[in-house]
Ligand binder design. Sequence first.
Ligand code: NAP
Length: 436
Amino acid sequence: MGYGIAIVGSGPSGLYMAEELLKHFPEASIDIIDALPTPYGLVRGGIAPDHQTTKAVVRAFERTFARRNVRFLGNVEVGRDLSYEELKAAYDLVVLSIGAARDRRLGIPGEDTPGVYGAAAFVGWYNGHPQHRDLSPLLDGEALAVVGNGNVALDVVRVVAKTPAELSDSDIAAHAQRALAAARFRDLYVIGRRRPLDASFTPLELAEFGQLERCGVVVHDARLTNDVVPETSEKELKVKLRNLEILRRFAASGVDGKPCRVHFVFQAAPVEVLGGERVRALVLERTRVEEGRAVRTGERFELPVDVVVAAIGYTTVPFPGVPFDDSRGVIANDEGYVEPGVYAAGWCKHGPRGVVGTNRTDAQQLTKRILTGLESTPPPGGKPGGVLIDRLLSRRAVRVVDFARWQRIDAAEVACAAPGKPREKFVTIQEMLEIE
Ligand code: NAP
């Protein structure tokens, strides 16, 4: 008899965990539970719709779901349909891989003005996440600012910057495709509070701005120098120098008569959003960098913008009963260990960092950690496993979406896509559940 294992969250961290655990426990029965009827977490709802090659990782995840001892329990929300206590009572091992779905707040006056959005909501909106499909961002202005210098910030600006033709082979949600096609932005700002060297975006993503059909790039006030802190690793240094090289190239080439501009503004910290009914401007304060930190200088300036998107990181949304580390915004854990029989994996363990593939290495490490903790885990077979969960879900009339049903939803999305688009996503749970 094998272990009964629940993995909560069917994104990359959960799915790599399933694969790693099966290497060590081939007889285990693994239930992968997700609140949505659709699997794959950020691969579906986070990765930019125009980055289709990154989404090809789902082919590998499909092979995990094809295993005889792996089930998908979609449309099952822990905290609503099942409790954390019930999971612990049912399974020998529970792995929480629930990601980090909540936007960090800027913490500045005016943050709640209409026209200010968090990146999780904005990205969720254009990616057709059911929770964010009704965001209806205000896109009728001329200027938009994205705060943050990570890859999420670049994703947001690039998607907004692209023309309908440039998005025609993406899987952007139809409502966002229409809204962005009607938008008339002329200035898109990417705001970093530190220097170009300190940015966490990566060269491949940065270089894409050099190929936009209607947008040129302006690099503002940037000290494009190589004064890297000595402890920077060789790998990091290579990335940073490559970023600098690309920014220098942008600075040298100008906007080339294009009607829209993407501005990179560095060493500017957001201090206030102005506007009553809706955003009128973002107030920024110049910074200098001391010991790696952005220190404000007192010199302020106003950027007249109509929309502000804060792409400054995410925190985990816990469910009741799960120990939580408020200061870090993650599930309280010690290298993944939460409490006997319970582990955390991925962004809910260590915060939002790394790319899809990083989760594979993380899963290998966490599996090792689980193996060392096995002495304190009772032998397999002592708990009822998925049988108890099935009974509870049936009693509560939860409409569980299994993997075969997801495949039918998937096929229906592909079937109704416009020519060139890989799929047209269903954006309500209702629509998804109508596919029998
Ligand atoms: P991130 O890389 O950590 O970037 C967050 C940015 O927000 C940083 O530039 C940070 O500046 C800034 N920030 C934080 N608090 C701020 C504040 N109060 N005011 C102004 N700026 C603030 O996070 P992310 O962009 O959300 O990405 C999350 C992870 O997903 C990353 O590992 C990323 O590489 C990955 N991702 C990858 C891709 C891709 O590969 N194409 C696409 C999207 C996301 P400081 O550095 O000064 O703190």
